[in-house]
Structures are given as structure tokens and as C-alpha cells.
Design a protein around this ligand. Structure first.
Ligand code: ASP
Ligand code: MG
Length: 237
């Protein structure tokens, strides 16, 4: 029995239909007798929608970063509830878990907070009870309990940080491309897929704009030697 962290990005959870598909994937992993911790992003462009709403408030000049994080973190809260409900419907014991509930402690840099520590015992206890924790990506809380977010694309970092804390066998990032390519396959049809890539090379690609993984997630994976895979949420590649 292995422990897998499975992270699903915004495109993969953009509708109830797609949430059903990833629930089926989670159930397959469980049927293969693996323990699974799920990490999800907000549905589709929800985070962008929330950013635009905040912009409408016109809070220019006011330091509203704390409130912005409270707002932006709601996107992932919606997804964890819907996915946990879907899993429950299929007879899987699942429980939604917010960042603070998973004891994801960050610094206080709202909008680009860094994960300082995760108390693995919280998720471990759920796993031991046969529960699939469905964790909200992109968020944590600081030492004062203020909600923080990890920067755009930060759910990748949440997933890797959780995989490191739990010493998971693998961290799978499910996305709308089926791996890491030499260039963006959604733009360049001749892009070739890399079967393997070193952390250093991946970090360089991510830092120079490859959108497939948040650069910080790669740095975190490198630091903790996390077995990281990028996979398609639409097929088995
Ligand atoms: N929902 C957040 C964003 O759009 C985090 C993520 O998707 O990883 O940036
Ligand atoms: Mg992403």
C-alpha cells in the first residue's frame, strides 16, 4: 500500500461533471488499495473572478491584503466541499479540509506566503481512519490564525508540501497537459514530452515561465526529494 498525494488543478475541477471524473480516479486508486490525500484548486477561472470582484471595490491605497486572502481562499473551499460530497455519494469516506484545519502554517506574507510547517499528524489521523482528506490548495494560516494564500498557482506548492510532510510515495499533479514538454503543447504542436526531468532543469523551466508547475513547488520538491509526476486528468498518460 502506497500513499499518494493527488492534486487537481482548476481545469480538472471546472464543473460537476469533471469533479465526477476525478472522483472516479480517486476511487480507482483506493480500489488499488492506496491511501490518497487529495489537493484541489478553485474551479476553472474562479480565482480570477474573485480578483475582479475585489478590484471593483477599488481599495486602492488601502492595505487589504488580509481580506484579499480571505476572499481568494474561498475558491478552493467550494471545490473541496463539492468533491468531498461527490466522494461521499460514491460511498467513499471523504472529508474536506481547509488549510488551517490541515495545520498548514505559513509566514504572514499575504498573497505570497511561504509554507513554514505542516503538522502531519492531522492528515495522518484521517488517513488512519480510512478517510480521504480533500485539502484546499493555495492556502494556509499564519501564527496568528490569519488566512494566507501562497501566490497564484500555489496549489502545486500545497500538494508538494503535504507530500513532503507525509513522506508520501508520490505527488501527482493532474492537469490539462499530460506531462512536461519542451514548450507549451497547447501552443506548439511539435512540443516533445520529457519522460523525466531533474529538479534543477524543471526549476529553470518553471522560473522562466513554463506554466505547468509553480516554481516554488519545484523548489520545495527538490528540498524534500519528493517524487513528483505531472499527469493528465483527462486520460491515463
Ligand atoms: N486557485 C489559485 C489560482 O488560480 C491557486 C491554484 O490554482 O493553484 O492561482
Ligand atoms: Mg496550476
Amino acid at each position: 500500500m502506497s500513499l499518494f498525494v493527488q492534486k487537481f488543478g482548476g481545469t480538472s475541477v471546472a464543473s460537476i461533471e469533471r469533479i465526477e471524473k476525478i472522483a472516479a480516479r480517486i476511487i480507482r486508486a483506493r480500489e488499488a488499495r492506496h491511501d490518497v490525500v487529495v489537493v484541489v484548486s478553485a474551479m476553472g477561472d474562479e480565482t480570477d473572478r474573485l480578483v475582479s470582484l475585489a478590484d471593483e471595490v477599488n481599495y486602492d491605497g488601502l492595505d487589504a491584503r488580509r481580506e484579499l486572502d480571505v476572499l481568494l481562499s474561498t475558491g478552493e473551499q467550494t471545490t473541496i466541499a463539492l468533491l468531498a460530497m461527490t466522494l461521499l455519494k460514491h460511498g467513499v469516506k471523504a472529508e474536506s479540509v481547509l488549510g488551517w484545519q490541515a495545520s498548514i502554517l505559513t509566514d504572514s506574507e499575504h498573497g505570497k506566503a511561504r509554507v513554514l510547517e505542516i503538522d502531519a499528524a492531522v492528515l495522518q489521523a484521517k488517513i488512519s481512519d480510512g478517510v480521504v482528506p480533500v485539502v484546499a490548495g493555495f492556502q494556509g494560516s499564519d501564527e496568528k490564525g490569519h488566512i494566507t494564500t501562497l501566490g497564484r498557482g500555489g496549489s502545486d506548492t500545497s500538494a508538494v508540501a503535504i507530500a513532503a510532510a507525509l513522506e508520501a510515495d508520490r505527488c501527482d499533479i493532474y492537469t490539462d497537459v499530460d506531462g512536461v514538454y519542451t514548450t507549451d503543447p497547447r501552443i506548439a504542436p511539435k512540443a516533445t514530452k520529457l519522460a523525466r526531468i531533474t529538479f534543477e532543469e524543471m526549476l529553470e523551466m518553471a522560473s522562466s515561465g513554463a506554466k505547468v508547475l509553480q516554481p516554488r513547488s519545484v523548489a520545495m520538491a527538490m528540498r524534500h526529494d519528493v517524487n513528483l509526476q505531472v499527469r493528465s486528468s483527462f486520460n491515463d498518460a
